[in-house]
Design a protein around this ligand. Sequence first.
Ligand SMILES: [Zn+2]
Length: 292
Amino acid sequence: MRRIWIRIAKRIGWLIKDIRRSIRRMSPAQKKMWTMFIVAMLIGGFLGGVIGRSIEKSNSKKAVVAATNEVQKTEKKKQDALKKELFDLQKDIEATTADLPWNMVLVNGAHEMEEGYVPELVELKDGYQVDKRIVDAAKQMLADAKADGMKIVICSAYRSVSRQEEIFNDSMKDRLKSGMGYWDAYVDTSQSVAEPGTSEHALGLALDLISNQYSELDERQEGTKEAKWLEENCHKYGFILRYPPEKTSITGIIYEPWHYRYVGVEHATKIMELGVTLEEYLKDYYQPEGEQ
Ligand SMILES: [Zn+2]
């Protein structure tokens, strides 16, 4: 075994000697030609490697894009099925909602508001505007809460459809930046931010109210004394907690212990007593007679 290695080493030695000898014998022109040939081979090899790699890269990029598209397709199918379910559920309501008075108008993922509708607005406080017809009730609620020692901060009231679009898009961008895929970002956003045209804030009938002790819009808001006061008393002023816990499959929106919607005292009292959502109330309990 060792002998073979020695023989191979010897042969390599002769080969090198041969090459050196023939280089010595070469004319300057031949030397130049060989140098150029070797340089060309080196450059060619290098470029080949680079190009090969970049082709490989673009191929793997294509594979990622294809895989992402596939995932998005299946996710979209799932979402469409969910939407269809929600739409079917909403169909029953459709008949009832056709001629609803202004305070009972239903706006949600399946019911876009009338295009171009802008309520007659007046200022509630600090530049926040609401539908003129609810301003007295809202002011009274905030004044009574204050008298009870509550420190409530308004963080949203009327929002135009275009403002809603900005908020929706910003929220999408935040999620995309955090590394979420496009479809996930869309689904996640649409559960916490209503799509433009489907937000009650554009009706001027909704208020987002939080405690001055806790400024985050998340479930922990419900632990504040302000949120407890509002949930207990809102109906006396015609407001309902619009997106209660455990009702996301009906409202399409996560639990929002800060979002209050005006429907008028009579209906608000019934809705809060029954423990139902506006969707369920309109479908199963609403009687147009009585209060307008
Ligand atoms: Zn809100």
